[in-house]
Ligand binder design. Structure first.
Ligand code: ME8
Length: 536
């Protein structure tokens, strides 16, 4: 039976259009999900939107529409079309206004209340609307600013329900020490323990009475459920937890052999690694295997934001360079454990160096030579005739192993660096073999055949490993190698020589080389006037 893998993105606030940073996170998850599917895993990939809270209520009021109308428009006109344009292969899309979610959150709240994990009290303190969080006098300091986003906070005094964190803190620390990989990269765990747990974790306020746009507490309709208790549970409500049809829940959550990975940005680590595990404990449910904190995609002048005028929409990039180039760029720009910076120069350089000059060039040269020297028929595999052949074959297999282990460790961009290194090596092999010279010497025919067979196999293997990123261009590679649909199998990477006798078809250039100056200028213009396009 195939191994099961459950991967989630954060559910984003539909308070404005998603920017390239959101697109980065969703694309990263998509690449991980597609990579696992390619290797035969049974995958469930979830994304969605986090639609309740005071911020959304305020934004809707400012626009003169109801909160539901407000979120419907953003989800339908901005989020869903963007994910379609980015070729996101999610298996479900959860909205926290979905009936299935609302009803389940009410059941979860009731259950926690019944078992006295939640109790009614009152809250006096400082509140940040932007972070939807309460803070103490010490935390906001004399200037009364939110310690997280540095915006001014408001004084609040209201009845509220609280979650008993104290009850679960010891078992949380125990869980961390028994599961050192739970928070990835591990440095984030120390930050959580030292900043939030060690100084003393207060009970978490889990209801609000100062606004209406939320899930009503059934037992006390004056209250709505705190947006983070509401939001975090999406990961199980989407699977059917406490619902009639809970097959997916059994398969992708309850089954201890399922690997569960939440992918998030550093800004929401506290919620996912402290409160979420406690909520799960309270519900008597297993923990996810990993919370993976990815790096951010920044702009030169800091965080991407519309107000700074430095945000860039994915659409004009997709229109001009194709979705595969944008996906590849996003993936490669943010290495594991680090942030990346979007610049037009870097975008053009990546596409030119890796996709046009390296991968595109290998395809172009290989296909042209096979057409020229062998009428387009890939020569029969004769094994490795010399050290160079041997090195290339063994590198292909080694790359597959490294690609798998990097992917499994969630060092995703590193996995694709390995594939690009294989492609570079194959381009260098062409220089070393000099097939044009071999072709002039009839006694070297076998060597020439072997070189072409080796190059074709590297191309196939690279195309296959790149498939989760290059969702269209990988097929262009297989088309060029004359592969039937049913032959496009990951396992064939290990069948050296399976392409013998295939007929090469010369197609268009895989990635045309970009004119550096012209394209840098074009991207700078996109950034100056971020235009959005409705879905096709
Ligand atoms: O926090 N680069 O939603 P949100 C990369 N609703 N990723 C970025 C990014 C950037 N510049 N900016 C944002 C919320 N992100 C909650 C989540 S989950 C139960 C509830 C990504 O719309 C990153 O993954 O503010 C970050 O954690 C997430 O978007 C925050 O999205």
């Amino acid at each position: 039976m195939s191994k099961k893998f459950y991967i989630t993105t954060p559910i984003y606030y539909p308070s404005a259009s998603p920017h390239l940073g959101h697109a980065y996170c969703t694309t990263l998850c998509d690449i991980i999900a597609r990579g696992k599917r390619l290797r035969g895993y049974d995958v469930f990939f979830l994304t969605g939107t986090d639609e309740h809270g005071e911020k959304i209520e305020d934004n809707a009021a400012a626009k003169g529409v109801t909160p539901q109308e407000f979120v419907d428009e953003i989800v339908n006109d901005k989020f869903l079309p963007l994910w379609k344009a980015m070729e996101i292969s999610n298996d479900d899309f959860i909205r926290t206004t979905d009936k299935r979610h609302v009803e389940t959150v009410q059941k979860i709240f009731s259950r926690m209340l019944a078992q006295d994990d939640i109790y009614l009290s009152s809250y006096t303190g400082w509140y940040c609307v932007h972070e939807e969080s309460y803070w103490t006098e010490t935390q906001v300091g004399p200037e009364h600013l939110c310690p997280e986003c540095h915006r001014p906070v408001e004084k609040k005094d209201e009845p509220a329900y609280f979650f008993r964190c104290g009850k679960y803190v010891d078992s949380l620390l125990d869980f961390y020490s028994k599961n050192p990989d739970f928070i990835t990269p591990v440095s984030k765990k120390n930050e959580m323990v030292n900043t939030f747990i060690k100084p003393g974790l207060q009970d978490l306020c889990v209801s609000r009475t100062s606004f209406d746009w939320g899930i009503q507490v059934k037992e006390n309709p004056e209250h709505v459920v705190y947006v983070w208790l509401d939001a975090l549970t999406n990961y199980i409500t989407a699977l059917g937890y406490l619902q009639e049809n809970n097959e997916k829940f059994k398969e992708f959550w309850e089954d201890p052999s399922t690997e569960i990975v939440h992918v998030i940005g550093a800004d929401i680590t506290r919620f996912h690694t402290i409160y979420w595990p406690m909520f799960l404990q309270s519900l008597g449910l297993r923990q996810p295997n990993r919370v993976f904190v990815h790096g951010l995609l920044m702009m030169k002048d800091g965080k991407m934001s519309k107000s700074r005028g430095n945000a860039i929409s994915a659409y004009p990039l997709i229109d001009r360079y194709g979705v595969d180039a944008v996906r590849y760029y996003l993936l490669s720009e943010v290495p594991f454990g680090q942030d990346g910076t979007f610049t037009p120069e870097q975008f053009v350089t990546r596409v030119n160096q890796d996709l046009a000059n390296n991968l595109g060039n290998l395809l172009n040269r290989t296909a042209s030579m096979i057409l020229k020297y062998f009428d387009g028929v890939i020569p029969a595999w004769k094994g490795d005739l010399d050290e160079l052949d041997k090195e290339l074959s063994s590198l292909t297999l080694k790359t597959k192993t490294a690609y798998e282990s990097y992917n499994d460790e969630l060092k995703v961009s590193e996995a694709y660096v390995e594939v690009m290194n294989l492609v570079s090596r194959a381009n260098k092999y062409i220089e070393e073999k000099a097939p044009w010279a071999l072709a002039k010497d009839p006694s070297k025919k076998e060597e020439l055949e072997s070189a072409m067979a080796h190059l074709a196999h590297v191309l196939y293997s690279a195309g296959m490993m790149m498939k989760p990123v290059l969702v269209h261009k990988s097929d262009a590679i297989f088309d060029a190698l004359g592969c039937e649909q049913e032959e496009r199998e990951y396992g064939n990477i290990e069948r050296l020589g399976f392409l013998s006798g295939h007929k090469v078809v010369k197609g268009d250039q895989l990635f045309p080389r970009l004119d550096v100056e012209k394209e840098i200028q074009a991207i700078a213009e996109m950034m100056a006037a971020p235009k959005e396009k409705a879905a096709a």
